[in-house]
Structures are given as structure tokens and as C-alpha cells.
Design a protein around this ligand. Structure first.
Ligand code: ADP
Ligand code: F6P
Length: 320
């Protein structure tokens, strides 16, 4: 019988995680369940870093960036001894089920718990948007908007000085953030980890664009392709700009969630508790074509969430 649930945030933080914590807590309380907040992700689970979650504990956090439960990466949890210790900790504290808010790494950990008999539901939260089982992860929209605001300022100075800017956005293995912001800011080039970078082709395109009267250029580069400075160095000799580089970095992880992310996080948080109430286990909640959808946790990393080829073509077409 489900009486008491735990909630934690794990991996990289993402705007909207607080909205999700609030939705999990209040939905659970609404249905008469007790809620335990586990601080610092799986690390806090192993340490027993627990706090009671009341209605007011999640008041005033809806539009705050970061995560009030804090987050961490926990190598110990990836070993069988760590996982078994986590299962014991949940039992000792009478926690009947767990909601894990995080990225695909956190879901891999959640699946290990599920395989050890723990009732787990995952809520996808990462700015990378690199998880299947949902059209969009919590935090992606806000991170895109943050990057867009920065790049639009860089565009002002790029056009005033006839300059090229290379803007490095996050995305170690996935180019969703780069592609989305690249289309939104009218970038001349978007470089993503999924597609090998052709430096000579970029140089040629820049050269012809200049001949046609283009006076400045923006390249949006996902961090996983290569560091911005390396790209700048490699472009020397292929184009006659002296590029300026800007690394947006962790700026993209902070800030108040957008309306889209706040609503998504609220819906998915509530859906996670409803799934537990319906005795669904080892699943993730997602939003697919506007509807809440449940899929096995492993869907997040086993089914590949691929870049939209139409979006890639759009960069090419619209940057003539
Ligand atoms: P994210 O959830 O944002 O993808 P990470 O990949 O860093 O972030 O994963 C967060 C944490 O999830 C890790 O620090 C680790 O504790 C746990 N984790 C990741 N992969 C596994 C795994 N294969 N088995 C068990 N736990 C894992
Ligand atoms: O949250 C995902 C992500 O932002 C990746 O795009 C990035 O590579 C990574 O986290 C960096 O996180 P940290 O500096 O916390 O290790």
C-alpha cells in the first residue's frame, strides 16, 4: 500500500525542477500521501539527507530556477553496494515509492532501483532535451530562451563591427539546444555533435556570403563538437574574419523557468504521482503530442531522440 513517497532531483539542474517538486508534493498531499524530500539526489539518499515536504515547504518556489532539493552526481550509487544501500535506506525510512526528477543518467539509476524492487517513476528534467519518451524535457525551453537572449545581444555588436561570433552552447552529446537556438537567432551555421564539422565548407560559405554582401556572421556551436577557441583557430586561414568567442556555459542552466517549462513541469510532476497511485512502476512520464504518456524508464536512453532534419535544413535555407 502506498502511504509515503520520496522525491529527489539528480544530475544537472534544469529550470522547472522546482515546479515539478511542488507538483509532486502537492498532488501527493492532495491524495493523502506523505512526502519526503531527499536532498542532493542519490548522494542524499545514501546519506539519509531527508526533509518532510509540506504544502508550505513548496510555497513560493514555482517560478524559481535551480532546485530547492539541490542536486548532485553520485559515483557510489553506480556500484551494486551503493544501490543496495539505497534500497535499504528507503526501507528503513518507510518510503514506499520514489519520484526521480533528472536526466537519462538519473533514469539509469532509477531503473537499477526498479530492478531491485523499488517503486520508481521518472520525470525528465534536463536542458539537453536528449531523452526519448517525451517531446520535450523540463528546462529545455528556458535554456533556449536564455541562449537566444544572449545571442541577440551579440548579434547587435556583431553587425556594428562586421564581426563573426562563435557562441558555444551546452550539449556534450546532443545538439538540440544548439539547433533550436540557432534557428531562433538566425545563425549562419549550427554545429552539432551528431554531424561531423566540415571546416572547409564553412569557410567557403562564409567567403561567398561576404561576396554577396553579408557583413557579419553568427556560428552556434554545441560544446560537444569542439571548444569554441579550437573552432576559431581552425577557421583561421579559411575565412578572413577574426572571430570573437563567447561560451554561454552554465548561464543556460539557471534562471526562472519559462511559462512552457513551468506548465510542463507541473503536469509531469502531477502525472508521476498519479502513475504511482495507479501502481505503475519503472516508468517515466512524458508529454507526447500534447498528451501525458508513460513509457518504461529505459525508453529515455534506448530509443534515440534524434535531431529534426527539417530544422537542420532550415538553418541552411534561411541563412543565405
Ligand atoms: P543526468 O541525470 O542529468 O543525465 P548524470 O548522467 O550525471 O546526470 O547522472 C546523475 C547520477 O545518476 C549519477 O551521478 C549517478 O549517481 C546516477 N547514474 C547515472 N548512470 C547510472 C547507472 N548506469 N547506474 C546507476 N546510477 C547511475
Ligand atoms: O545539464 C546537462 C549539461 O548541461 C550538459 O549539456 C553539460 O555538458 C553538462 O550538463 C555540464 O554539467 P556540469 O558542469 O554540472 O558537469
Amino acid at each position: 500500500m502506498l502511504r509515503r513517497i520520496g522525491v529527489l532531483t539528480s544530475g544537472g539542474d534544469a529550470p522547472g525542477m522546482n515546479a515539478s517538486i511542488r507538483a509532486v508534493t502537492r498532488t501527493a498531499l492532495y491524495h493523502g500521501l506523505q512526502v519526503v524530500g531527499i536532498r542532493r539526489g542519490y548522494e542524499g539518499l545514501l546519506d539519509g539527507d531527508f526533509i518532510p515536504m509540506t504544502k508550505s515547504a513548496v510555497g513560493g518556489i514555482l517560478l524559481h530556477g535551480g532546485t530547492i532539493l539541490r542536486t548532485a552526481r553520485c559515483p557510489e550509487f553506480m556500484r551494486p553496494e551503493g544501490l543496495n544501500a539505497a534500497v535499504s535506506k528507503l526501507k528503513e525510512n518507510d518510503i514506499d515509492a520514489l519520484v526521480v526528477i533528472g536526466g537519462d543518467g538519473s533514469f539509469r539509476g532509477a531503473k537499477e532501483l526498479h530492478d531491485r524492487g523499488v517503486h520508481v517513476v521518472g520525470v525528465p528534467g534536463t536542458i539537453d532535451n536528449d531523452m526519448a519518451g517525451t517531446d520535450c524535457t523540463i528546462g529545455f525551453d528556458t535554456a533556449c530562451n536564455t541562449a537566444l537572449e544572449c545571442i541577440s545581444k551579440l548579434r547587435d555588436t556583431a553587425s556594428s563591427h562586421d564581426r563573426m561570433f562563435i557562441v558555444e552552447v551546452m550539449g556534450r552529446h546532443a545538439g538540440f539546444l544548439a539547433l533550436e537556438t540557432g534557428v531562433a537567432c538566425g545563425a549562419e551555421f549550427v554545429l552539432v555533435p551528431e554531424i561531423p564539422a566540415d571546416i572547409e565548407a564553412i569557410g567557403r560559405k562564409i567567403h561567398y556570403a561576404k561576396q554577396r554582401g553579408k557583413t557579419h556572421s553568427i556560428i552556434v556551436l554545441a560544446e560537444g563538437v569542439m571548444p569554441a577557441q579550437t573552432l576559431a583557430d581552425r577557421l583561421k586561414g579559411h575565412c578572413d574574419y577574426d572571430p570573437r568567442i563567447v561560451v554561454l556555459g552554465h548561464l543556460q542552466r539557471g534562471g526562472a523557468p519559462s511559462c512552457f517549462d513551468t506548465v510542463l513541469a507541473s503536469r509531469l510532476g502531477a502525472a508521476a504521482v498519479e502513475a504511482l497511485l495507479e501502481d505503475k512502476r519503472g516508468v517515466m512520464v512524458g508529454r507526447i503530442k500534447g498528451q501525458i504518456a508513460l513509457s518504461p524508464l529505459q525508453t529515455a536512453w534506448e530509443e534515440h531522440h534524434t535531431l529534426d532534419a527539417d530544422m537542420l535544413r532550415l538553418v541552411e535555407t534561411l541563412s543565405i
